[in-house]
Design a protein around this ligand. Sequence first.
Ligand code: URA
Length: 290
Amino acid sequence: MAKGRFDDPMTEYSRPGQPLAEIAAYDALAFLLEAGADEAIADEAVDRLRRIVAQPAESRSAPAMPGTPANRAMPVATSGAAEPPMAASEAVATARQMARAAGDLPALEVALAAFDGCALKSTATRLVFSDGVPGSRLMVIGEAPGRDEDIEGRPFVGRSGQLLDQMLKAIGLDRTTVYIANVVPWRPPGNRKPTAAEVTLCRPFLDRQIELAAPELILMLGGAATSALLSRDEGIMRLRGHFYEIGAGDRIIPAFASLHPAYLLRAPAEKKLAWRDFLAIKARLNQIAV
Ligand code: URA
């Protein structure tokens, strides 16, 4: 195995005469940690639906919306990924009804917190709804909360958030002049990419969030957010640097695709592309203002 930051604990743990199988197990664990795993997901699927149904009604997080199917959790698949399609379509319908019923952003946040249709909620620490100022001219949309966001409850507060702040500052913006959200509001286990099913389940809330925040321009950060919002499967390198359109209620809002700050941290040479993108955003905002 290549020398990495988990080599030291390994030498600390392994003892002369320690069985090879044990050393191999530590080795595998070190590999998983290095790859970003930070949650243990059991081999057996957990039937969370049964657990929630078994709870007394008053102990559930929120009542189902009047006239809608029960607001319920989906069973978690072995991989920590999505759920059976039948239950998913019911959950999407519930999400649509709940999102539509929310008359403002605080009500939407309450509705989302009460929505048990997305399995990500059960592995995340908390809901990460938004940061910044609703009604700002620019709305920034990322992929999903990471570890820091999951702890703090605000989007983009970790290393990529710090880079995002610097990028916004470079075009004269900050968290008092933008509104920030994610395609999914709960952290996927181990920071994996949200599945298409999870994106679909959360989408009605995001659509309503965009509608209520009413930005003049949307900035989509990274391939996952861009593909989810545009329903396109080309890579981000093809999609970035261009304006698209997103429908929100009865409005069509221009949306620009750029690189995710987490990617820029891994590939700093690409910052020149992001800089070009951010200048295009600045120019467009100036144009809209005229
Ligand atoms: N990456 C995202 O896409 N969103 C966050 O909130 C944090 C990191």
